[in-house]
Write a protein that binds this ligand. Structure first.
Ligand code: ADP
Length: 228
């Protein structure tokens, strides 16, 4: 099954005086379950816009966009929010953690925010297993202020994965991590793609990371109707 299907999709930000209008157009694009795609392209080419469209944060002006079989324009805003928490994992560049919760509770935050998700023993085990696989097994009880920047970043990655989303959208998730930690994050993500068909769409400029992807895509090419 295609996890992402887009056809004749277009999106434009509202015009503002004194700024260049920006429009993203996708003729045909699809991504299959378990695929790992790296998005790249110069700053301002539309990578974040595309991630926000896929997450239903922005809505397309016209065309078709199905994510995990759901046409996003059929959902109201509250429905999109509930759908997003249940189906998607996100890692954005700023990854706010709640400062009075420890690492494990920060990972479990989606379960506090959405009553449709059930927090049980399996969920707690999954949270600690993810933290363990990210090298934070000994730091579950630490609050964000007791963690380094790179450790907080990895807590945010575990949080994006704890609901077992079918699709992970990540904007430079390893930026600022040292090469060994960056490789550890990629090994976890690649493992989840193989183990349970996680589909990964990740923005990166790091040539070392690009080499790890089966498919790399420049948003400019995509927008111009390039390789689909
Ligand atoms: P990237 O992530 O590739 O750096 P973005 O998707 O953030 O690019 O931005 C694409 C273009 O859209 C840029 O020209 C940017 O200035 C413009 N843009 C981004 N957000 C807005 C907004 N809220 N309103 C108007 N234009 C925006």
């Amino acid at each position: 099954m295609s996890v992402i299907q887009a056809r004749e999709l277009s999106f434009a930000y509202p015009r503002r005086a004194g700024t260049e209008p920006f429009e993203l157009r996708l003729a045909v694009w699809s991504v299959e379950r378990g695929e790992r795609t790296a998005l790249h392209g110069p700053s301002g080419c539309g990578k974040s816009t595309l991630l926000n469209l896929l997450a239903g944060v922005l809505t397309a002006s016209s065309g078709m966009l199905k994510v995990q079989g759901q046409e996003l324009s059929d959902l109201s805003e509250p429905q999109r929010r509930a759908w997003r928490i249940k189906n998607l994992g996100f890692v954005f560049q700023d990854f706010p953690l709640v400062d009075y919760l420890d690492a494990q509770e920060n990972v479990l935050l989606p379960y506090r925010l959405n009553s449709a998700l059930t927090l049980d023993g399996d969920t707690r085990r999954r949270a600690s297993d993810l933290l363990d696989r990210l090298g934070l097994g000994g730091k579950l009880a630490r609050r964000p202020e007791e963690l380094s920047q790179g450790e907080r970043q990895r807590v945010a990655i575990a949080r994006a994965l704890v609901t077992e989303p079918g699709l992970l959208l990540a904007d430079e998730p390893t930026a600022g991590l040292d090469p060994a930690r960056s490789a550890q994050v990629m090994e976890l993500l690649e493992g989840l793609c193989e183990e349970r068909g996680l589909t990964l769409l990740l923005v990166t400029h790091d040539p070392g990371l690009l080499a790890r992807f089966s498919r790399t895509l420049s948003v400019g090419e995509l927008s111009a109707g390039g390789p689909a």
